[in-house]
Design a protein around this ligand. Structure first.
Ligand code: PLP
Length: 411
């Protein structure tokens, strides 16, 4: 299993849709074969179409607000006394997180396909919020599937979806969280695919959805590569890119443009949710002992029990609370191109507290996992090593959880 340097990673799958022969694929019911094939053909055509790229870039710039800032965290760097620490503040994008890139591209594709409806899943509510924003922008009717438990704990994002005119469909099956929302959404699409386009909220799902999402979020690293070259004159000899990993869309997007560098020069560090200290229900299929299985139409590492039943996970950050992970990351793990680790709820909270008290940014609990690892290892390096952390969400959405855990909220 090897990564090829001259082809985009999203295209390095075999004719059955598998990366490294075992991750991904397209496990779909017979009725979806045709719609998935149509979507695949349309996407392959559009991504080579100069006018479509122009349109995408126009909306990324003039609606999403790209490029997002790349800033040096001088106080944090000084405090830790090791590597230089920088952040890419993706939370400054319209809507407040990277999911806007995927949602924008999906709505543009839906328009080209002549569809009037879009449907999507959401966990923490960001994917739903962004899809509803993009749907409103491009004149599409939007339906969002969301677990009943998540509806209760992510009220601000639900309000945003309603404001944008989206219908929220509560899902009462299973654990009533993201995993069930994705299943329900896919089921709905099976019976409505003639009129409706489906957006999967991360680099997960059947092959084509992994590709569209990875292609969309790669905008982040395209910007970052330009910003880094401008700042340092070149890509530094030692660069480390830290990102939290839930489904894996922000991390893939943050790394893609640097894929062809040697890992000694540009290291990718993915941080999964380790859950509460001493808990066993980690949302960390790449770092804890998980097994390969099929989830939501693709083979991947999945948190499951000895009988192969998918296990529920637990994390303080709703955005990382998922039993599976993108096949792209399974491939990056097995080829050793990326290194994966996890941070506990407590470590993420301390990282949030340190960054928010020293700096002008205040990462949400998802990127706080990435900051936790950066903070942990920064003292082992000197200023010639450049750390860059993707601050892909803002803490404001987590303020109630943070207040209840730390007794205060800093932003
Ligand atoms: C959804 C979300 C994540 C996790 O999803 P990925 O696909 O791994 O990026 C992380 N951070 C934020 C802010 C999110 O909204």
């Amino acid at each position: 299993m090897k990564i090829r340097k001259n082809i985009p990673l999203i295209d390095q799958h075999d004719k059955f849709g598998f990366w490294g022969e075992k991750f991904g694929g397209s496990f779909i019911p017979e009725t979806l074969k045709k719609p998935v094939e149509d979507l695949t053909n349309l996407f392959q055509k559009l991504r080579k179409d100069k006018n479509f790229i122009k349109e995408r870039d126009y909306y990324f710039k003039n609606w999403v607000g790209a490029p997002t800032p790349f800033i040096k965290l001088e106080n944090l760097t000084k405090h830790l006394g090791g590597a230089q620490i920088w952040a890419k503040v993706v939370s400054e994008a319209n809507g407040g997180a990277h999911k806007i890139y995927n949602a924008t591209v999906h709505c543009l594709i839906a328009k080209k396909a002549g569809k009037k409806y879009v449907v999507g899943d959401t966990g923490a509510g960001y994917a739903g919020k962004m899809l509803s924003m993009a749907a409103k922008k491009f004149g599409l009717k939007c339906k969002i599937f969301m677990g009943a438990k998540d509806i209760k704990r992510q009220k601000p994002n639900c309000d945003a979806m309603k404001k944008n005119g989206a219908e929220i469909v509560p899902v009462y099956t299973g654990s009533q969280t993201l995993i069930d929302a994705v299943s329900e959404c896919m089921r709905y699409w099976v019976s409505n695919c003639d009129t409706t386009h489906m957006c999967v909220g991360s680099t997960v799902g059947p092959n084509i959805f992994v590709k569209i999402c990875g292609w969309s979020t790669s905008q982040i690293s395209r910007e970052l590569a330009i910003q880094i070259k401008k700042e340092f004159g070149t890509i530094p000899k030692k660069l480390k890119l830290f990102n939290c990993v839930g489904g894996g869309s922000s991390s893939f997007g943050f790394w893609n443009e640097f894929m062809h560098y040697n890992k000694k020069q540009v290291e990718f560090i993915g941080v999964e949710a380790g859950g509460p200290k001493n808990s066993k229900r980690h949302a960390a299929p790449l770092t804890e002992n998980s097994k390969i299985g099929v989830l939501h139409g693709a083979m991947q590492y999945v948190v499951q029990d000895n009988e192969g039943q998918i296990e529920e996970t637990e994390s303080i950050s709703a955005g990382l609370d998922y039993s599976g992970v993108s096949p792209l990351h399974c491939f990056l793990k097995d080829t050793k191109r990326a290194r994966y680790t996890s941070a506990t709820d407590e470590e993420a909270l301390s990282a949030y507290e340190l960054v928010s008290s020293l700096e002008s940014i205040s990462p949400s609990l998802e990127p706080s996992h990435a900051f936790a690892e950066a903070i942990k290892i920064a003292p082992q390096y000197n200023k010639n090593t450049i750390f860059c952390v993707n601050s892909c969400g803002d803490s404001y959405k987590d303020k109630d959880i943070i207040k209840s855990r730390l007794g205060k909220y800093i932003r």
